[in-house]
Design a protein around this ligand. Structure first.
Ligand code: CDP
Length: 254
């Protein structure tokens, strides 16, 4: 990454990595990568590399945390010390606590918690390599891991950010665009049966006009639908065998 701001972030309509304004970075999704988790997923979004592991629904410890009416959701976003340019001190910091909180709240709107009173559903996401948008990559991975674990959900969460760079909105910003752009706006959508049902997360830093915010939402929806297709494909690939469908109770939308 350059030490100082590149003179331009968009040259002749192309971004520094050659993408058009509405293009995602390449995405790779692999389901069921961890033997000891109930559900897991490895996901790459550009240079981001993340792993999600889901445990549960399982008994809550300590027991005083139990909720008799529903499951509690716990979400831990963690960055490996080697995931960023300047070594990150291991352990939680303000940023990771905030990301964990907002991501947890997004999943609370999606997971059918009432079906599992007194239990916990634990979602761990580990960032192995970060290049902006790591929270979005983690939400996308966690969503797939939850499906892999067979956790009943109202749909799938799909997440992507939109940034404003050189006065132009761009989908799925990478590090340089995130660092030197004018605004960054991560979204997460609840998608069910290939339809966006609701917004589960919006954050923003920087500045956008009202009109730009509307346009950013449309751009994010377009990106989310593309990611959703890849999430579904990855799940199907894991559960459809040569002999036929081994989907059992696994439903990509529920
Ligand atoms: O990753 P995300 O965009 O969700 O969160 P951010 O706080 O906007 O961070 C943007 C990027 O800054 C991360 O993806 C990392 O590449 C980088 N970063 C870093 O280099 N060192 C940190 N301690 C935290 C973030």
């Amino acid at each position: 990454m350059p030490e100082s701001r590149p003179e331009k972030l968009i040259i002749d309509g192309k971004r520094l990595d050659g993408r058009k304004f509405d293009e995602l970075r390449p995405i790779k999704i692999e389901v069921d990568v961890l033997k000891r988790a109930d559900g897991s997923c490895y996901l790459e979004m550009g240079k981001n590399k993340v792993v999600a592991a889901v445990y549960g629904p399982r008994e809550v410890h300590p027991r005083h945390l139990q909720d008799p009416s529903k499951a509690i959701i716990r979400y831990r976003y963690n960055m490996a010390p080697f995931s960023v340019e300047e070594r990150k001190r291991p352990g939680p910091d303000r940023r990771s606590i905030e990301i964990s909180k907002v991501s947890k709240e997004a999943f609370e709107a999606v997971i059918m918690k009432e079906l599992f009173p007194r239990s916990a559903i634990d979602i761990f996401v580990e960032v192995l390599q970060a290049d902006a948008g790591s929270r979005t990559a983690c939400i996308n991975a966690a969503s797939v891991a939850l499906v892999d674990a067979g956790v009943p959900m109202k749909g799938i969460l799909t997440s992507v950010a939109v940034a404003k760079v050189d006065g132009q909105l761009v989908l799925d910003p990478m590090k340089e665009e995130d660092n030197y752009g004018e605004a960054d706006m991560p979204f997460a959508f609840l998608i069910r049966n290939s339809k966006i049902e609701s917004i589960a997360l919006i954050q923003m830093d920087g500045q956008m006009t009202k009109e730009e915010i509307k346009m950013a939402l449309e751009l994010a929806k377009k990106g989310a639908m593309e990611i959703y297709k890849l999430q579904r494909e990855a799940i199907m690939k894991r559960y459809v065998t040569e002999e036929g469908i081994e989907v059992e109770e696994v439903n990509t939308d529920a």
